[in-house]
Ligand binder design. Sequence first.
Ligand code: AMP
Length: 614
Amino acid sequence: MAATTDESRAIGTALGSAVSSPPASEAANAKDAEKLRFIKEMTSDVDSLQERVLAEILARNAGTEYLSNCGLDGHTDCATFRAKVPVVSYDALQPYIQRIVNGDRSPILSTHPVSEFFTSSGTSAGECKLIPTVEDEHDRRQMLSNLFMAVMNLYMPGLDKGKGLYFFFVKQETRTPSGLMARPVLTSYYKNEQLKKRPYRPYRSYTSPTAAFLCADVFQSMYAQMLCGLCQRHNVLLLGAVFAAGLLRAIRFLQLNWEQLAADIDAGILTPRVTDTSVRQAVSGIIRPDPDLSQFVRDALRSDECCNGDWAGIVTRIWPNTKYVDVIVTGAMAQYIPILRHYCGNLPLVSGTYGSSECYFGINLRPLCDPSEVAYTIMPNMGYFEFLPMDDEAADDGKAASGKLVDLARVEAGREYELVITTYAGLNRYRVGDVIRVAGFHNAAPQFQVVRRKNVLLSIELDKTDEAELQRAVERASVLLRPRGASVAEYTSHACTRRIPGHYVIYWELLVTGAAVDKETLDGCCLEMEEALSIVYRQSRVVDGSIGPLEIRVIRPGTFEELMDDAISRGASINQYKVPRCTTLPRIVELLDSCIVSSHSSPALPHWTPVRRS
Ligand code: AMP
C-alpha cells in the first residue's frame, strides 16, 4: 500500500518523525512495516504524545474567539487548559457553529478555514448536528484507516490478490448559506478529489467502479455495486459496508433483485432501471454476457428460496474466496452478529475503526478476535482525549465534570467513561456522547470497548432503560426463540403511555427458518425481557404497579427496511443510518403498528426482591 505524502504529512505534523523500533518482520512490505512501527510508537508513550498534541492544537487555535473567550491567553499547557476551558456538549457550541454556517469567516473555533460541515447522525433539537471541519482533517482520518489496513495485512496476508466488494453510498449534499458544503463525513471522503484521482492501490481495490459509489440514487448505486460484485465473484476477498446494517440491507437487496441481476448477467446488459449515464458507462466495462454465471446465480438463489428461504451461508456460496467481512459490529451494531453469522457462516466479522463526524478515534489491533472482545486502541495523535468517569455523580453537570476528567494515560481497566475530545478542527472538551469501557492496554495505550450512546431509551416512571440494557433483554429473550428456529432480525421500542399504567412496547422483526413461532413462546419472551430489565423496572412492575406488562409486537418482514427508506427519503445517510432503538415519533409508531402480525404480553410478574443494605 502506498503511503501518500498527505499521510506522512499528517503523521509528521502531529508528532514528528518516528523513533526507531524493531523491524516488523511480518509486515507485508516496507510501507506496512513503517506504519506498524508508527503504531508502536504511538502506543508506547501516550502521556507525552497527548501533551504534545494538546500543545499543538492550542498553539494552532490560540487566535480563535472561543479559546480567547475562555481566557486561555495563548497558554498551551494541560493545567491551564483544564482550568479555563469548560466541558461542553454540542448545544453549547451551536451558536458559534451557526455563525460559521451563516458565513462568518473570522476564526471562531479554528484558525484554519472551515472547509465544510459534516452532518452527524446525532441530532440536536431534531436537526442533524453540523460539525465544522478543516482541510487537513481528511489526511488525519485517511491515515487512521491506512494504519488499520497495515494491521489487517499482518493478520490476513494476500489481500492484494483480489478485491473488496464494499457497499458504500453517498448522500446528496446541501450547501449552507455561507456556501460551504454540509454532508456526511463518508460522503465527503468518497467524493474527495484526491481519492478520485488516487493511484492504483492493491489493498484498496474494489469490485465497484467509483461511479457506482458516487451515484446518489440508492437503488441504482446498490444495483450496480451488487451486479459488479456478482460479475467478479471469484475475485472478491472481502465483503463489507460501514455498519453491519448496511451489509444486511445489501443481502436483502440481493434477495429481492436476484432474478433481474441474473437476467442482466445472462444478456451482458444492465437493466434500463439504472439510468445514471456514468454508472451505465462504468458498469459496461465490467459486465459481459455470461450464461454460466447467470445460471449459477439462479441455481444458488432459487434453491435458497425453495429451501425455506433462509439463505444460510449465502455469502460464502456466492463469494467463495471471501476471507473476512469488514463491517462494524460493535456498540449498537452488536445485535446484528447472529444474523450476520447466519448469512456469512464462520467468516470473521471485522470491526476495524472507531470514529465519528467530530474525529476519528482509534483502530482495532486484533481484527480477528471475537466481536464481543473487540476493543479499539485510541491513537493519541488524532486529537486530545479526556474521559469522564461514568460512575461519577457529577457526570451530567458540565462545570463539575471539568474537574473529574482523566486523561488517556490515566484511565483504569474495567471502568466506563464518557469520551470527551479536543480536535484540530476546533472542538474543545466536547462530549461525544459515547460510553466506552477500558478493556485492557496495548503497550501503554488503553483499549476501549464501545458500550453505548449515553442516552436513556425508555422510561415510564422512575425506571430508565438504556440501549445496552434493552439489547441485553432482547438477547436474553431471543434465546427462547432458538429452539423454534427463529431469531430477532431487528427491533425497536416505544414507551406506550396512552394507557395507565404505561408499558414498554418492543417491536420485533423475526427471522424464521422453520414453522411460525407459537404464542406461548412469544408470551414467554415478554416475561424473559422483563426479568432482564433493571431492579427499578421490576420494582415498579411488581411493587408499585406503575408499569404495565411488557408487550412484544411482531411485525412483518421488511418493516425495518421501510423505516430505513423513510429515514433516507427524509435526508438520512444510508452509510450512517442506524435503526433507532426507541422511537417516539407518532408517524413511525403508526407505521410500525400498521405492520403488526401478532402481539404478546407478559403473562406474569417478573421476580423482584428488596435490596438489603447493611
Ligand atoms: P456519526 O458521527 O454519525 O458518524 O456517528 C458516530 C457514532 O457512531 C459514534 O459516536 C459511535 O456512537 C458510533 N460508532 C462509530 N464507530 C463505531 C464503532 N466502531 N463501534 C461502535 N459504534 C461506533
